[in-house]
Ligand binder design. Structure first.
Ligand code: PLP
Length: 455
């Protein structure tokens, strides 16, 4: 394609290196430039309106124009636009936010470490896990178990923890000490006729085998998203976390919940850990922590983890980890206001009330000739397409059917994300019933057009 000289598209292609993008295709197609947002909608630079079926990147819980968040940022800019939290320095927004997070945590937690992104929050947690075991003199207890298709970010350690080949290939990842257990994907991986409970038992037994083969005194932690998001919205089979946690306890392995997507109401409760009865030692959150208006993430650790880390920091002189922007006061003020809005405007309860409407509409696609499975929980879900739904025969990956459907749905007015041949939905938590209907109506038009193409 030729772009108008000096147009935003031409300048984008000339200068911007985009995340998660095929650069050759980008030079050909150019960008879709988003200009502004309002409620659950965004508008491109030609004025076309889209309903944001993915809340950006699973993240903009309060939609795209929240005045309270704007005011909170402006106010904090006036008071103190920047300060750091290194070496005993502190500020009120950081203190208030840490206190609030500890008060709402799903299990008793002790301390909060602030970072800027989900990836960094996981990196901090990984480093704390290693620091903790070094502090206890367990210098070989360092391996970390992620899961195939789990997503924890893209910094070198979090990408290694992530279980997706796209994040490893070409990057010399994973680095040492990261291994991956099976994903808990009943629809795609259970045996013929195997119940969710039996499948969960088998997964937990396989996890235990893995730990025993690796050597339990070399395994430090197990990481899990309550619902795998970027892996295709994989809801764990019944009893899965219960069985997995028993194995972890048996071998003194820390349990880390990555709540970067599931935190703050997404699955119908404040935390995904509550929906699935998870009792993590460390909890990582980001995205909806500030409705993604400003970058901030948090790593919460319990007292069991904190004590040895505290002692080691004294022995070593300091805990030698921190970001210039850890707990940035403007980001912290916006996050604090976000959590206040969740409470004062009953956002999490409202999202829970809206979930049955969303899930009913989502599951109505099960009858569509292309749809193998429609799955989800709360206000997140996915529709997985199949070449032959009866025999569960997938399309060839190279056919790019999922991305084609996402593109057609976008043309029809809904922003979606394809994870392979699963189309993910994760709208802002403030979405209304009529907007849910509109979102799925746009999607249906895109899906029907895809069916016409494929016939
Ligand atoms: N963890 C989970 C569960 C995520 O979904 C993501 C991003 O989608 C991350 C971590 C990484 O977060 P970030 O992109 O802010 O680094």
């Amino acid at each position: 394609m030729t772009f108008q000289p000096n147009s935003p598209a031409a300048r984008d292609v000339a200068y911007v290196l985009h995340p998660y993008t095929n650069f050759v295709a980008h030079e050909e197609k150019g960008p879709l430039i988003i200009d502004r947002g309002e409620g659950v909608y965004v508008y491109d630079d030609a004025g076309k309106k889209y309903i944001e079926g993915m809340a950006g990147l699973w993240s903009t819980s309060l939609g795209f124009h929240n005045d309270r968040l704007k005011q909170a940022a402006m106010k904090q800019f006036d008071i103190l636009p920047y300060y750091h939290t290194f070496a005993h320095r502190s500020h009120l927004p950081g203190i208030d936010l840490a206190e609030k997070l500890i008060s709402v945590a799903p299990v008793p937690m002790s301390k909060v470490f602030f970072n800027n992104s989900g990836s960094e929050a996981n990196d901090t947690a990984i480093k704390i896990v290693w620091y903790y075991n070094n502090a206890l003199g367990r210098h070989h207890k360092k391996k970390i178990i992620g899961r195939v298709n789990g997503y924890h970010g893209i910094t070198l350690a979090s990408a290694s923890l992530t279980g997706r080949s796209m994040n490893h290939r070409g990057f010399d990842a994973p680095i040492a000490n990261f291994i991956h257990a099976e994903e808990p994907n009943h629809y795609n991986n259970a045996l013929e006729g195997e119940s969710e409970e039996d499948y969960a038992t088998r997964l937990a037994e396989n996890l235990e085998k893995m730990i025993v083969e690796e050597g339990p005194d070399t395994v430090a932690a197990f990481w899990a998203e309550p619902v795998m998001g970027a892996g295709g919205v994989i809801v764990p089979p019944k009893t899965y976390f219960d069985k997995v946690q028993k194995v972890l306890q048996k071998y003194d392995i820390l349990f880390v919940a990555d709540e970067v997507i599931c935190g703050f109401g997404r699955t119908g409760n404040y935390w995904g850990s509550q929906t699935f009865d998870m009792k993590p030692d460390i909890l990582v959150c980001a995205k909806a922590l500030s409705s993604s208006y400003l970058p901030i993430s948090a790593t919460l650790i319990n007292e069991k983890v904190y004590e040895p880390v505290k002692n080691a920091s004294a022995e070593l002189g300091a805990f030698g980890h921190g970001y210039t922007y850890s707990g940035h006061p403007v980001c912290a003020a916006v996050a604090l206001e976000t959590l206040k809005i969740y409470d004062e405007e009953n956002i999490i309860e409202k999202a829970r009330d809206m979930a049955p409407v969303f899930q009913k509409q989502l599951r109505s696609f099960s009858d569509h000739p292309l749809v193998g499975e429609a799955r989800g929980v709360g206000l997140m879900g996915a529709i997985q397409v199949m070449q032959d739904k009866a025999s569960k025969k997938p399309f060839e990956a190279s056919a790019g059917v999922g991305p084609m459907i996402a593109n057609l749905a976008t043309e029809e007015g809904v922003m979606l994300r394809a994870v392979g041949d699963s189309l993910a939905f994760c709208p802002p938590l403030i979405i209304s019933e009529s907007e849910i209907e509109e979102m799925f109506a746009c999607f249906r038009r895109g899906l029907d057009r895809a069916l016409d193409h494929l016939r």
